[in-house]
Design a protein around this ligand. Structure first.
Ligand code: SAM
Length: 277
């Protein structure tokens, strides 16, 4: 790959999070983690020099890859020559409407990507919040971010993002990846995480109320949940306490100790007794 990039005078751009993968075993392992099969449509975000795109095109029915950097066009044309089922769209994925992306894909699909670090959380949250047809999302992210995505309640890594993800499905850490396997080498190690939107997850009565409840639960970690509820929903202490008692939660409980589904139950109660009346 280095020769190919040199041939086309390609210069890596840090601002686009360009840390490419070349290790053939790792690329195959990521595609195996994703469980891509011959009937699958795959969406990749950030094609880079096309190393992952090529492996995906060998396994999948169809690959649609986004790439922001047009200077990669000649490189990709060469890497993907003969890959008739792969197409690259040279646009900023973060500015795309999810409905338009899903219309282009035409039905159920999975995402497989070595995500540019600077947009990891917004891209993942775009799928968590807006996708209708995404079944699996298998992405390489910084290890520290991967731990936050998959964290258990009550741990230091657990936060609003974890709860929002758990509302939609399951999240699993698939493998750790050393920084040595990227070109150029980043300053941190990475990990592959897989989100399964076909399993787990839970329904809530109102999405906006759930978002507000989660934000409230993690808003001030030094305060009790009762105090956070009082300020977030303008409630007197007695009503905030009554909400917690109705769910069998102990006095003095802190938001960050509640499992995501408990936050869902709290949000439903707030929606029924505080928001809706
Ligand atoms: N898939 C390749 C690989 O694994 O070697 C490249 C991965 S590299 C970490 C991320 C790629 O995403 C870069 O090629 C970068 O130019 C591209 N990128 C960055 N921001 C983007 C955006 N907003 N939309 C689409 N592509 C983007």
């Amino acid at each position: 790959m280095e020769e190919l990039l040199k041939k086309h005078n390609f210069a890596f751009k840090k601002r686009y999070g360009q840390n490419f993968l070349t290790d053939a075993n790792l690329l195959r392992a990521i595609v195996a983690d994703a469980g891509v099969g011959e009937e699958d449509a795959v969406l990749e975000i950030g094609a880079g020099a096309g190393a992952l795109t090529r492996v995906l095109s060998e396994k999948a029915k169809r690959v649609v890859a986004y790439e922001i950097d047009r200077s990669l066009q000649p490189v990709l044309a060469e890497t993907l020559s003969g890959c008739e089922n792969a197409e690259v769209i040279f646009r900023d994925f973060t500015r795309e409407k999810m409905s338009a992306v899903e219309e282009e894909l035409g039905g159920a699909y999975c995402v497989v990507a070595n995500l540019p670090y600077y947009v990891t959380t917004p891209v993942v949250m775009k799928f968590v919040g807006e996708s209708k047809n995404c079944k699996f999302l298998t992405v390489m992210v910084q290890e520290e971010v991967a731990r936050r995505f998959c964290a258990a309640a009550g741990t230091g890594d657990y936060g609003a993002v974890t709860a929002a993800i758990a509302h939609r499905g399951e999240c699993k850490m698939m493998r750790r990846v050393s920084r040595e396997l990227f070109t150029p080498r980043p300053n941190v190690d990475s990990a592959v995480v897989k989100f399964d939107f076909t399993r787990g997850g839970f329904a809530v009565k109102d999405e906006l109320c759930f978002r507000d409840t989660v934000r409230c639960a993690f808003s001030s970690r030094r305060k009790t949940l009762e105090n956070n509820l009082m300020s977030a929903f303008s409630l007197p202490r007695e009503r905030a306490g009554a909400l917690l008692r109705a769910l069998g939660l102990p006095e003095g409980v802190r938001g960050e100790t509640l499992e995501p589904a408990r936050l869902g139950a709290l949000s439903d109660l707030i929606f029924e007794t505080v928001r809706r009346p």
